[in-house]
Design a protein around this ligand. Structure first.
Ligand code: AMP
Ligand code: MG
Length: 352
């Protein structure tokens, strides 16, 4: 997945041998995920599907089926704000396996890529065969794979009898049980400008980070309980999490496209415009009962922004809470949150 992971276990004493065995199992599970869902690996299941023609069904593994099924459900529930078929557009704007680009694509290129996208063109048969209804459709599970990964690792840890742990992959985090002090785990939400506080993120015109490079790991949510901990001034706020709940963050600041007029564009595509989501949202953090849902909705709610996003959540997403951090005209940040984001997570907002 081109990112890092961290696991913290509390209130258990594992012998070094047990820890090594656990590490081997975790690495094997993550390797398997990469073989399934990494579009950067030519031999992965997703790459095989992406090379297939229209109406040429490809059999995929049960885990892959589960992720695609959930992604399609959430695509329908968010009216396509999450769309796992945006691969061609992601590539066209320089955020996919084809690599970075320095100029915005032409309207002709955008129109051509758009013809190959749309979650309604993707079908999964009951016997686990995936097919595309339009030639060139490219599946992209980048918005959900890390969240699914934390769910997989959490299940593995529960299977081993562990009851208190924090799992984090590339900033998406799941908290089970309590920390070593017997308290809910504390997870920091990074300030959207935290990266820039460390180094100048202002690159040349073109895309920001290579999503495949390890340097692009860990964006968004960061865990105050895992090393290396960012200093407090880099945190926008802190959520307290337990009970197997997850928090995921999507932001415009780790990977971006800089317009010729200097405007930064997010690596998240608004499927309605076929262009990078272009509003004032710096980041969205979502609390959900599982990692995949948190990850999927963070991406979708970044596309929708707070007005439409809040409307959507009110229509029926029980157990989902969201926090938007918005760029304010004075160069600072403002926040909009569902009422229960604050109480459900005992969220501590930044000091004024
Ligand atoms: P995340 O960081 O979880 O928000 O996921 C962003 C990644 O998902 C991008 O790097 C793309 O690979 C992919 N992506 C971009 N826009 C969308 C979208 N609207 N729906 C689904 N996946 C997307
Ligand atoms: Mg996501």
């Amino acid at each position: 997945m081109g990112t890092t992971y961290a696991i913290r276990i509390a209130r258990a004493s594992l012998a070094p041998r047990e820890l090594r065995a656990l590490q081997t199992d975790v690495d094997a599970a993550l390797d398997e995920l990469n073989r399934q869902m990494s579009a950067w690996r030519p031999d992965s299941e997703i790459s095989q599907f992406n090379r297939a023609g229209a109406h040429e069904p490809v059999a995929v593994s049960p885990d892959f089926q589960f992720v695609v099924r959930r992604a399609l459900e959430i695509a329908a529930a968010t009216e396509g704000a999450l769309d796992p078929t945006v691969g061609a557009l992601v590539n066209l704007w320089g955020f996919g396996p084809d690599g970075l680009r320095r100029e915005a694509p032409t309207s002709g290129q955008i129109a051509a890529a758009r013809k190959t996208t749309g979650w309604r063109h993707l079908t999964l048969s009951p016997d686990g065969r995936l097919s595309k209804a339009v030639p060139g459709l490219q599946l992209d599970l980048g918005a959900v794979a890390k969240g699914h990964g934390v769910d997989r690792i959490a299940a593995l840890l529960r299977d081993r009898g562990l009851e208190h742990f924090l799992v984090e992959i590339g900033g998406e985090t799941l908290a089970e049980g309590l920390n070593a002090d017997g308290e809910p785990w504390r997870i920091g939400i990074l300030r959207p400008d935290a990266e820039r506080m460390l180094s100048s993120a202002a690159g040349p015109v073109g895309a920001g980070h290579d999503p495949n490079s390890p340097a692009s790991s860990g964006r968004g949510t960061s865990k105050t309980e895992n090393a290396p901990a960012p200093c407090d001034s880099m945190l926008h706020g802190v959520v307290h999490l337990s009970g197997g709940r997850a928090v995921a963050t999507s932001g415009d600041y780790r990977q971006f496209f800089r317009d010729s007029d200097g405007r930064i564009r997010s690596h998240i595509i608004d499927p309605r415009t076929a262009a990078p989501a272009g509003h004032a949202v710096a980041s969205v953090s979502v609390l959900a009962p599982d990692g995949l849902t948190a990850d999927a909705l963070a991406t979708a709610l970044l596309v929708l922004g707070p007005d439409e996003g809040l409307r959507l959540l009110r229509r029926g997403f029980p157990g989902i809470e969201a926090l938007w951090i918005l760029h304010s005209p004075d160069g600072g940040f403002e926040e909009v949150a569902t009422r229960a984001f604050v109480s459900a997570a005992r969220y501590q907002p930044p000091l004024p």
